[in-house]
Structure formats: C-alpha cells, structure tokens
Write a protein of this length. Structure first.
Length: 64
C-alpha cells in the first residue's frame, strides 16, 4: 500500500472507533422513537463529525 492509502485507512478506522454510542432512554418501548433516534444519531455524526455530537433526541440533534 502506498502512504496515502495507509493514511486514509487509519483515518477511517479512527473515525469509526470514535463514533457516538446510542442507547434509548430506560423504559422506552416505542419502536418509532428508537428508529427516529437511530436515524438522528446517524445524521448527527454525519453533520457534526464523530465525537462532536452534544445531544441527540427523536426530533433533532445538537453539535458541540
């Protein structure tokens, strides 16, 4: 592998390992909210960048 490919691979691995962890609130059994949270979590990481998400809920997210 050349140096650029190795660097990009290392950067991709670091980004994937530093992603936010999502857990629904305790007692929440609503599948719709869980799906909305999962989608917003993905959107937040894409918009804010890995490790830069402050808050995610079923309706929105906030970057740091």
């Amino acid at each position: 592998m050349n140096r650029l490919t190795s660097s990009l691979l290392a950067l991709a691995c670091a980004a994937l390992l530093s992603a936010c962890v999502f857990a629904p609130p305790a007692g929440s059994s609503n599948a719709f909210d869980a799906d909305a949270m999962a989608k917003n979590t993905e959107r937040a990481v894409a918009a804010c960048g890995a490790g830069n998400v402050k808050e995610v809920n079923a309706k929105s997210f906030v970057c740091k």
